[in-house]
Design a binder for this molecule. Structure first.
Ligand code: ADP
Ligand code: MG
Length: 696
């Protein structure tokens, strides 16, 4: 293992290489390649085998081959499309090379008697077997020119950068690598050996220039030890960076919050139900964190309706009782308002004062709220993203609760740290979109997790059906029946465009049409364009039973809780992701009545659309749905991590390589115990500019 970093050219700009000027450097920069190391990690997409010449007589279609021979005939052929057809023979057989685009020079050079070597894919063409637009070069004598020694890499490229250019570039880098000057090997043999993985240099050499006979299938599947070597190193670096962030946070001070004695009992006895075992267990897990003196960072995962709010309330009471403030943030105003109502009815009887802060709170009201937060008069502050703003100053923030975390970026979450003057507030993050275990380990290695794996008693699973739009009238009849028998229903309108205005408009039109079809029902409408007060009034009326059918846009996706609503129609469900559909469906099935969800789709359905609808019909288990979602969409989309800067991996792919994560955990431990000196080096190698993430 070489550790002399100074000698390595890993960080030398690409312009240090021969024949690399600013122009080429600009093109490389487009691919995120700035230094020598970036080139090393720019791995081929696939490989071609140009190591041997195939006799023309033994060619068969769909093979990539090198052939060599003498031109017997070259002719411009007119037909549907003009082409240059070149007949080549090598003594074992003949084949036609066909060019649809050709220059005059090409036509002149490819003449009878010339000898050429070509590379291309054999296809069945007009004149038997043909090669379309093969790469070719002229040879003096057949058999004289040596064939390639290694497989030929094909690199991901950008406009104006040919594969030939890539090969030149990489062969320079490979010769540096051979001399041991391109990069340092950080992972000790003791870690590599048990997995029979090669050292870094061998792995890179292999991948850029695989030897003759290399197992292309294995390479294509990303299962070759050389690939695994790099994938594991990258995953390790990410894991270490999260662990480091965690460790840094543990040096911060946070208030010690023992379990509430004064508030807890009166609160619990005011509830019409008893916490489930799962809720109690999670409350205990949180309580242990709160009493440690360094900031809690805990993610509570619980399916929709599992009762996360109660768990949050219990945590809040511990902080409030010690005289600390609590901030509760929700991703949408509707959800935040609902929390406000809930907590008002729960906490005001206990003498706790609440404050409300959303973006739309303006003027005097805003000033007053800000002053109350600053003075500490506001004990529990509930709101939206507005709570993150710099001008919001807390007197003594002890706990921040973030509901439905998947809408918040990691950075926003971390910005909170700045809000506890002098110490870091505890953080409780709640998500209703369960995160697949494999992802949680990498993406949330910085968080402890608790799972509420039990729904409150008396819930009946939602029965989900999928129905074609053409049967809309039947659906309308069904609503009539349900509402006239005392139940309530949601009608969710979806739009492809991300335009709140268009979505609102579509919902309005739908609401009107439904009102005409169902004159005996009281129909309400909520969308993102309404004023908060209007929204709140309608929601309240719906909750009280004054509205039978609530037509809504996806603004009601999270958190809204009306137990008597037992029927939900989702229009064009194929437009939504699985997690979102599951969230929406979670609005029903909250009471004791049997609930139904009707997915009213529009033909034709895409493959993914079909898969999603099928998954919704198959299960109501949020964890299963999350796994299926991951399979359909991949991890970046599922986590919405483009904004977090977390998943930008160069070589590894969490979904494809997820099976390695258990090993990575062990590697990380080994690293911490036996090779702590490489941790920083690995993090900076692989996370590079994203490094601030690891340090926040
Ligand atoms: P979510 O986990 O989706 O945020 P909520 O906290 O909104 O779920 O709870 C959903 C509903 O279940 C609410 O009406 C809440 O009052 C009720 N609830 C919570 N815990 C229990 C329990 N232990 N027993 C019965 N109902 C409960
Ligand atoms: Mg909730």
């Amino acid at each position: 293992m070489s550790t002399v970093l100074e000698q390595s050219l890993a960080h030398a700009p690409v312009t240090e290489l021969k024949n690399v000027g600013d122009k080429l450097a600009d093109k490389l920069a487009k691919l995120g390649i700035h230094c020598v190391q970036d080139l090393l990690f720019h791995l081929p997409l696939r490989y071609q085998d140009r190591t041997r010449i195939t006799p023309i007589g033994s060619l068969s279609p769909n093979l990539d081959v090198v052939i060599e021979g003498e031109i017997m005939l070259a002719d411009v052929v007119f037909g549907k499309r003009r082409s240059l057809a070149v007949r080549l023979q090598d003594g074992t057989g003949t084949i036609t090379l066909r060019f649809y685009h050709f220059s005059g020079a090409q036509k002149n050079n490819l003449k009878k008697g010339a000898r050429i070597r070509c590379y291309g894919e054999v296809r069945r063409g007009r004149a038997g077997l043909e090669l379309y637009h093969p790469e070719y070069q002229f040879v003096e004598d057949l058999q004289a020119l040596p064939t390639e020694e290694t497989l030929t890499p094909i690199y991901p490229s950008t406009e104006g950068l040919t594969q030939a250019r890539w090969r030149q570039l990489m062969s320079q880098v490979m010769s540096l690598l051979k001399k041991g000057r391109a990069i340092d090997d950080l992972i000790p043999d003791a870690m590599l050996n048990p997995y029979q993985l090669p050292d870094l240099r061998s792995a890179l050499m292999y991948l850029h220039q695989p030897p003759k006979g290399a197992n292309l299938q294995e390479l294509e599947n990303n299962q070759h030890p050389a690939q695994k070597r790099l994938i594991m190193e990258e995953l390790l670096a990410h894991n270490l960076s999260l662990l480091k962030m965690r460790a840094t946070i543990q040096f911060d001070h946070a208030p010690i919050l023992p379990e509430s004695t004064r508030f807890k009992l009166p609160f619990l006895s005011s509830l019409p139900f008893k916490p489930t075992n799962a809720q109690q267990r999670v409350v205990q897990e949180i309580q242990q964190d709160l009493s440690k003196g360094f900031p809690m960072l805990r993610l509570v995962q619980g399916d929709v309706g599992s009762g996360k709010t109660l768990v949050a309330a219990m945590a809040a009471l511990s902080a409030l009782e010690q005289g600390y403030q609590v901030a509760l943030m929700a991703p949408t105003e509707i959800l935040a308002e609902q929390h406000l109502k809930n907590f008002q009815s729960w906490f005001e009887p206990l003498g706790i004062s609440l404050a409300w802060l959303a973006g739309k709170v303006k003027g005097k009201a805003r000033e007053a709220t800000m002053a109350a937060i600053k003075s500490g008069d506001a004990q529990l502050v509930i709101g939206t993203h507005a709570l993150f703003q710099d001008e919001v100053v807390f007197s003594k923030l002890g706990l921040a609760i973030i509901d439905e975390q998947h809408r918040f970026g990691v950075h926003q979450r971390l910005a909170l740290k700045q809000k506890g003057n002098g110490f870091s507030p505890h953080q409780l993050i709640m998500t209703a979109t369960p995160i697949p275990r494999t992802l949680a380990m990498t993406a949330y290695a910085d968080l402890d997790t608790s799972i509420i794996d039990e729904l409150p008693p008396g819930r009946t699973p939602v029965n989900t059906v999928a129905i074609d739009q053409h049967r809309r009238e039947q659906v309308v009849e069904r609503i009539r029946g349900a509402c006239l028998s005392g139940r309530q229903a949601y009608w969710v309108c979806t739009l492809i465009e991300e335009s709140e205005a268009l979505e609102a408009q579509a919902a309005q039109v739908t609401a009107q049409a439904l009102q005409e079809a169902l004159p005996e029902l009281k129909i309400g409408l909520v969308h993102g364009r309404l004023k908060p007060k209007e929204k709140a009034d309608i929601m309240a009326e719906f909750k009280q039973g004054g509205i039978h059918l609530l037509v809504a846009t996806t603004v009601i996706e999270v958190g809204v809780d009306v137990p008597n609503a037992s029927l939900m129609i989702i229009e064009n469900p194929e437009r939504l992701g699985l997690a979102q559909l599951h969230q929406l469906r979670g609005r029903v099935g909250r009471g004791t009545a049997e609930s139904h969800c009707v997915l009213m789709y529009n033909m034709p359905l895409s493959q993914a659309g079909k898969q999603r609808i099928q998954a919704m019909r198959d299960t109501t288990d949020g964890f299963k749905i999350a796994e299926i979602d991951l399979q359909i969409r991949g991890p970046g989309e599922v986590l919405g991590t483009r904004q977090t800067g977390l998943m930008q991996m160069r070589i590894a792919d969490l979904q494809r390589d997820g099976y390695l994560l258990e090993d990575i955990k062990q590697w990380a431990q080994l690293c911490q115990q036996h090779a702590p000196q490489i941790i920083e080096l690995l993090i900076s190698r692989w996370l590079g500019e994203n490094i601030q993430y690891g340090q926040v």
